[in-house]
Design a protein around this ligand. Structure first.
Ligand code: ADP
Ligand code: MG
Length: 359
């Protein structure tokens, strides 16, 4: 028997799907990108993506309200459609739930899901509902569209292209660290409470500290209410920018850069000083004694867009709001590297956020 953890998530997918042959001419692009690309019409291509979220692996209901979870579940799928330069149109929603969930709690989940769909003009067109022994599982499939032949794949980056990223990075990961920290503080207090009785217990219960998130609101928002960057896709198109490759940042910048570089057959140089960071992310990293650049490179769940544009579009891309140039594409034999603040080259390794490693 072989252990799955030896292959990792990407290795396993490759192992299982390597020799799949496409039988239908409508299948323009199958496994390997943020969405598959299907062609059923002369004007548009259809995009399709699916994502599964498991309680205890992808979310923790002790601090994640179900409404936020609904919102986020939809967003992670919209993000994959935007990462192809497309527009999300429909989703199907499958849920498996255990007996501890009430009607009201699932209403909450759906209110978040519907809010996300309203914001992005998406219809909920189906799904499946079943029971689970262990908790909540959510699987959403999203269908989108893009102009025929215009889907932006991961494999189009070329030497001298500029590497761009939207928004800022590492915030969602810092938000998660913050929530985990407050959760353990809370549980420690509850444990102490268990040892007390009577009046002493009542007094101690009143003194249980509520978490203070003041000044860290942005980090919570990044973790609990991410927003897929459809606005960036619109702005790029309005500014006449033609990305050569694109991916959304779900597993961390390093990991996504690795996908673009390996699929495009290129290398890259990115600059540490150019990594887009929010002030709150930097403060939190310092509080936790973590290197903020490491958080920006490897923290997951930012749902920003990483893309490359031809050097000839430098002026155009520089004028697009909320997009930052972080480096450039090189020949593949130069590998992937980060130029640190002090000018050293540091080989980029995709640590990613690999749930299969920890199970
Ligand atoms: P993303 O992070 O953008 O959702 P993934 O890393 O999950 O992408 O998946 C990479 C590619 O592998 C995608 O094209 C996805 O459809 C495909 N894929 C993932 N798991 C499987 C599977 N079990 N069987 C077939 N294809 C898969
Ligand atoms: Mg993706």
């Amino acid at each position: 028997m072989s252990e799955i953890s030896k292959l990792g998530e990407f290795g396993l997918i490759k192992h299982l799907t390597n020799d799949i042959q496409i039988k239908n001419s409508e299948t323009q692009y199958g496994i390997g990108d943020d969405c598959a690309v299907l062609r059923f019409s002369q004007e548009k291509d259809m995009l399709i993506t699916t994502d599964m979220l498991m309680e205890g692996i992808h979310f923790d209901l002790t601090y994640m309200p179900l409404k936020h979870l609904g919102y986020k579940s939809a967003m992670v799928n919209f993000s994959d459609v935007y990462a192809m330069g497309g527009t999300p149109k429909q989703i199907t929603v499958s849920i498996a739930l255990s007996q501890r969930f009430s009607v009201e709690s699932m209403e909450e989940f759906y209110s978040g899901l519907r809010l996300a769909c309203d914001h992005h003009g998406v219809d909920i067109v189906g799904g499946d509902t079943t029971s689970s022994l262990t908790g909540l599982a959510i699987s959403i499939t999203c269908i989108g569209e893009v102009e025929k032949g215009k889907a932006i794949l991961r494999n189009g980056a070329r030497e001298t292209d500029l590497i761009c990223v939207s928004g800022d990075l590492g915030g969602a990961y810092m938000g998660l660290q913050l929530l985990e920290r407050e959760k353990s503080v809370y549980y420690d207090q509850l444990k102490k409470l268990d040892k007390l009785e009577g009046e002493a217990r009542e007094m101690a219960a009143m003194e249980i500290a509520q978490p203070d998130f003041h000044g860290k609101e942005y980090l919570l928002e990044r973790q609990m209410r991410p927003e897929a960057r459809g606005d960036i896709i619109k702005r790029l198109s309005a500014s006449g920018v033609h990305p050569t490759s694109m991916i959304d940042i779900s597993d961390g910048l390093s990991s996504e850069l690795m996908h673009i570089c390996s699929q495009s057959g290129v290398g890259c140089r990115i600059y540490e000083e150019r990594l887009p960071l929010d002030y709150q992310t930097a403060v939190m990293a310092e509080e936790l004694n973590m290197n903020v650049s490491t958080c920006a490179l490897n923290g997951g769940e930012d749902y920003e867009l990483l893309f490359t544009v031809p050097l000839s579009e430098k002026d155009k891309i520089e004028s697009v709001e909320d997009v930052k140039l972080i480096g450039y594409v090189t020949k593949s034999d130069l590998g992937m590297a980060l130029i640190t603040r002090d000018g050293n080259e540091f080989e980029l390794k995709a640590q990613g956020w690999n749930p299969l490693k920890n199970e």
